[in-house]
Design a protein around this ligand. Structure first.
Ligand code: IDP
Ligand code: MG
Length: 153
């Protein structure tokens, strides 16, 4: 039986600027994940450098930090069975040029530096990323998504 997980997803500044917030949120809702956290916010340089710490030193790091701080983002936490992998395959491959049609990146983006959405890549990064973007009081998990019995056995 798949484990119930939480994952961190963010709509990056390009997704916000292009008016794709509703479309992207809708895809996670329709897939069957439960929303437990959401905020519209400006990412600081410090938060961006912490969030993307694993990429420090890579040639695209400075550009990535500049991009992610260039406008507001929508930070979210989604919950469900296997939520981390489910969110990643809803998002699609890192390079949109190689992302399958039907995925968010495959449908709305064409290059890696403007790939619209972020999703945690494993349980440790999910815990870490949720923790740096949200305090526990900001997560609203005391609700029943009543359609859940039609999504999961
Ligand atoms: P992911 O977002 O699919 O997990 P990562 O390899 O963790 O992909 O890279 C984090 C982010 O860094 C990517 O989503 C993308 O925005 C950016 N990035 C990764 N590689 C490149 C690159 O070669 N050029 C420009 N940006 C890149
Ligand atoms: Mg990553």
């Amino acid at each position: 039986m798949a484990e119930v997980q939480r994952t961190f997803v963010a709509i990056k500044p390009d997704g916000v600027q292009r008016g794709l917030v509703g479309e992207i949120v809708s895809r996670f809702e329709k897939r069957g994940l439960k929303l437990v956290g959401m905020k519209f916010m400006q990412v600081t340089k410090e938060l961006a450098e912490t969030h993307y710490g694993e990429h420090k030193g890579k040639p695209f790091f400075e550009g990535l930090v500049g991009f992610i701080t260039s406008g507001p983002v929508v930070a979210m936490v989604w919950e469900g069975k296997d939520a981390i992998a489910i969110a990643r395959n809803t998002i699609g491959a890192t390079n949109p040029a190689a992302a399958a049609p039907g995925t968010i990146r495959g449908d709305f983006a064409i290059e890696i530096g403007r790939n619209i959405v972020h999703g945690s890549d494993g349980p440790e990064s999910a815990t870490r990323e949720i923790g740096i973007f949200f305090s526990t009081g900001e997560l609203a998990d005391n609700w029943n998504r009543t359609v859940q019995c039609w999504v999961s056995e």
